[in-house]
Each structure stands twice: as C-alpha cells, then as structure tokens.
Design a protein around this ligand. Sequence first.
Ligand code: NDP
Length: 449
Amino acid sequence: MNNYLNNVLTNVKAKNINEPEFIQAVNEVLSSVEPILDVHKDYEDLSILERMVEPERIIMFRVPWVDDNGKIIVNRGYRVQFSSLIGPYKGGLRFHPSVNLSIIKFLGFEQIFKNALTGLPIGGAKGGSDFDPKGKSDAEVMRFCQSFMTELYRHIGQDVDVPAGDIGVGGREIGYLFGQYKRIRDAYEGGVLTGKDICYGGSLARKEATGYGLLFYMREMLAAHGKNLEGKSIIISGSGNVAIYAAEKATQMGAKVVAMSDSNGAIFDKNGIDLDLVKQIKEVERGRIKEYLRVHSDALYTESAPDCSPIWGYRADIALPCATQNDIKLEDAKKLVASGIMAVGEGANMPCTYDAIEYFQKNGVLVAPAKAANAGGVATSAIEMSQNSIRYYYTFEEVERKLENIMINIFNECKSAANTYNLGSNYVAGANIAAFKKLAEAMKMQGVV
Ligand code: NDP
C-alpha cells in the first residue's frame, strides 16, 4: 500500500478501534485500489478515500417490546446510512444476537460498492438489531418489528432510504415492518421496503435473486476459464434464503449440491441434497438442519465446534459460503485446497477472511467476490422499487432475465477492471476497482458534500 492508503487505513483503525469487522472490510478495499490511485492522482487531493470510509449518518436507538410472558425486553436498533452518492440509501436489516455497530458498518460499507456494481441508482446502507427471532413466537416478532419501525420510520422513505431483509429478516419480518410503517405514515408507499410478499407489492423472483444471481456469476466466471457447472459437486454453508436458492439454481444448472449447514452443524448427502426437504424444515417449520436425518438417515451430520464450520471438511469441486462473515478462515481454505476445490463463490457478505482469499488465489482457486457475486439480491430489490413506482408487475421470467443480464454485466465489469490493471483472474480486486471508480467519479462531480 502507498503512503496515502496507509495513512487512511491508520486513521480508520484509530477512529474505529473497537470495530474489527469494519476495519477488515475497509482494509480489503484499500488493499486493492492502489493501481487506480496511481492513474488518478487527483483522488488523493480530493480526499476521496477519507470521504468514502466515513458514513454519512449513523442512527442508534432503543427498541423496547413486551414478550409473551409480559416481560419488557430492550434491544438496540441500528441504521447506518453510509452513502447516498448514486441513489437513495439501500441495504438490508439484520436481526441476530451478534449484531453490533462494527458489523452494521462493515455491511453498510460493502453495500456501497455492491450497489454501484449493479449499475442501478442505489446508495449504500445497512441496519438491524441484536434481537434474535429464533425461538420467538410470531406475536413476539410482530411486537418487536412494530417497536423497531416506530423509531426507524422517521429516517426512511422510498426516495430516502429503502431497507430490505438479511439474516433473520425474511418475508414475515418485512410484512410486520411494512404494516407498521404504513400505519404510522397513513399512506401506501410501496417502495419503502423491498423483499415484500407478492400480494402487497413485492417482486416475483426477489426471494430467489441472491442465490440465483450467485450462480449466474459463477457460471460466467467458470466460462471465462473454459470450465462449467455441469456435473460439479457443490458444498453450501447456511440453509437460509441465499443458500436455498443458490442450491436450487446450481441444481438447475446441472451441478450436484452435496452439503448444507446451519449454525448447529452440517449435513452431507452423497446422493445430492433433497432441497424440498430443506425448504420444508427451514422455510415452513423454522427447524434445524439436523432434522434432515429424519427422512434421509443415511446422510452424514456433523455438529459445529466453536469457531469451526464442519462443512469445509467435506470434499467438493465448488464451495459457496452463504451463511455469515468470516466463515472460511485460512485453515478452512487449506482444507478446501487440499481436497481439490476449483472455485469459491461468496454468497454471504465477507464470508472468507482476507488470508483465506489470498490462499485460494495463490493456489489457483477462482474466487467470486461477495460485492459482485451476491449483488443479485439488491439489484432485484431495485427492480422491485421500479415496479412499485410504475405500479406494475413483471413476470418471474422477466425479472429473472433482467437479473441474469445484470449478473453478466457485473462479471464483465470485474473482468475488465482486472484486465485493465493486469490483475489476472483476481476478480476480488477487479470488483473493488470497478465499483470504486464509479463512486470516485460521482464524488468528484458532486463537490464537497
Ligand atoms: P438467513 O437468515 O435466511 O440465513 C442465514 C443462514 O446462515 C442460516 O442457515 C443460519 O443458520 C446461518 N448462519 C447465520 N449466522 C451464522 C453463524 N454465526 N454461524 C453459522 N451459521 C450462521 O440469511 P440470508 O440467507 O438472507 O443471508 C445469508 C448471508 O447472505 C448473509 O451474510 C447476508 O448478509 C448475505 N446476503 C443476503 C442477501 C439477501 O438477499 N438475503 C443479499 C446479499 C447478501 P441458523 O439458522 O442456525 O442461524
């Protein structure tokens, strides 16, 4: 890293000392943008990086609610409005006990770059709470969502900030959040949240979009290296929204998904995962992945150990981490390389540590970076917003075709940036550079704001 980059990183570390995930995300971007700074000397004079690493606004608030036993619980809510440079703030809400400011800031920072790559007019934000929907009744989840929205509503709007789902926030939570927003505003502003159900303004194919988009990106990346998905074995961490629809599209493309997981453990089924059963367990019963064994008793199940995902011990051609951040660490990367992995596609946000990515790349493993490869979700959210604006619906096929074209364009942008700056097949750097350039140019044009 040159002096300018080093100074910015040192400052970020000093100012955000208790935020390891945020520092990790900034470090990853700064480590790859040096080639473009060498060409655009004015970016340093304009303090482009200093402005990019500082959120425009951070909102933190108390979320009190009453559980089914009448006990008052207090959670903490967050919304980090990171950048409105190229459109209204846009990014999901995460409800998980691990949520803190560092995690929301890292996700918001990543979101700016991801949204820029989609080519659509959306800025970057992220929010959430340390509330855990797991094990809560529907009534408890509703009361929490209503309390959360009672504060959040004043900071969002269809032209201001448009939240969506993320870990722990699916169709049920979006419904409760939307209902409360509508009630407070006394108006139907369909585009204020995305990930809505079809029956009240959602988009067909939004639920599938992140997982499907990941596979479109993977297909393009493999094709650029003379490879394809046909007959390949795949392991996917997680069994939530992204993981399930990544598995569905991978199967449609002729690959065989052999393992999936949740935070308790991982299943391996050499015959190929029975996805209808996983959907039943996860989407309908909200159960644990271990329950897969009740139908397929010959499948293997391995419990998670602290800080260790057993799924990376299974052998496959392709790994798709679709659960959470820092899921694949250096030791996991070593196991995967030793067992012959050929490509990794990041469905989750920052699922591989920096040293794991470096290890993959040094060993010739293709890496599809999260900012680009999982951008299909937010891109389809933007398509949902546009349908809300024109008060019209596209068919599933129309949305899927738009998504596919967006993912092809995103891959081509990553490839083109990697070619321009002689980075070979380093699409991680390619994605960072392509997005950074767009944002830096927009920043230049808009003056010091
Ligand atoms: P879901 O809540 O639907 O699913 C999350 C899955 O990951 C669950 O199987 C969950 O297991 C597992 N998981 C979560 N936290 C942990 C943990 N600490 N350790 C092990 N497993 C864990 O979330 P999504 O599928 O929506 O999101 C998954 C990832 O994809 C996240 O990184 C998210 O930011 C990213 N993403 C999501 C998008 C979307 O459209 N939904 C868009 C772009 C990125 P368990 O049930 O046991 O907690």
